[in-house]
Design a binder for this molecule. Sequence first.
Ligand SMILES: *Cc1c(COP(=O)(O)O)cnc(C)c1O
Length: 391
Amino acid sequence: MHTQQSQVPFVDLGAQYHTISGEITEAVSKVLRESDFILGREVSLFEEEFASFCEAKWAIGVDSGTSALELALRAYEIGPGDEVITAANSFIASALAISHAGATPVLVDVDADTYTIDVAAIEKAITPRTKAIIPVHLYGHPADMDAIAQLAQRHGLVVIEDACQAHGARYKGKRTGSLGHAAAFSFYPGKNLGAYGDGGAVVTSDHAFAKRLEMLRNYGQKEKYQHMFRGYNRRLDTLQAAVLRIKLKYLEEWNEARRQHAKTYCRLLEQIGVVVPRAATTSESVWHLYVIRIDQRDALKEHLTTRGIGVGIHYPIPIHLQPAYRDLGYRPGDFPVTEDYARRILSLPMYAELTPEIIGRVAETLSEFGITKQTPATWSMPLQPSVYPAG
Ligand SMILES: *Cc1c(COP(=O)(O)O)cnc(C)c1O
């Protein structure tokens, strides 16, 4: 029997808090002392700093990533009668935001290598009603944005990045948040940049759009009690902005740690026959999730869980097969890559505070499972070597 060892959680928010608790206490106390709770100074400072981090002109703080996507669609006046294309393999919020804006989500399959939206499939899904594309930078890996931008330009479509899992990732050297007309970020606690509650931001370099968004999130208000249109109450809290300002200073360092952990995982796991994730040569992933593929997924999940290793599945039921979207009329078989992967993907523990020892333990526990012959991976695009050069 395996020896009794400490648990390896899937994420460990406490470990990160431990490293910054003094700064956090101070920042939070300051907001409390000043009672500057709504659209306070920390919000505008965070917005400036986050826009600059994304190499874009404006960031507008909102109450969640889902709101960021929905308000971005609304600011572009996308709504009833319009279609918006997004990936079938994403968190449900990518589609919910489209529905909440009143538009219809049109789902397409993902690329078998990078798990991001399949650009050829987008082109086939475009109709005269299509208004926008929401590519998802899934697991922290940017979608193929140049190809998407070309397609969008040809068809006159808006591109809104779903960057909720990809704070700080790069595509051809450029930051997520600067790759489309606008981008939506989530600061849900488990994201690479996470608040201590819900939060989100819309990032853009389009001035008129930014101004409209600022009003949309704040009752459509231009000046106090002057309402230009029927807006919402969807603001980022000052307390969360204060927390995010502290954490943003460490984000590059934390993302770099994730990158190193991904290398360590790849090196150890490929030796034992696991299909490991790989990044396109165009992209620098921030490894929000480290997702392997394995045919005996459910048995392996059980094996790891019973030995104290936290794992996840992102996502077990594709959006088009969710009860919430039955009315869209999709069927099993519509998106073969997404459906195949839903049965074979497994997310291993991934957070900056992991250590090579912990990763070694995860890999060892995986090897004890006795991985048998796997469905071979088929690589169709230039990818970075799975085992990265040392260092
Ligand atoms: C987390 C997430 C969202 C939604 O963000 P919330 O802040 O939870 O509303 C949207 N899209 C993707 C891909 C996400 O991972």
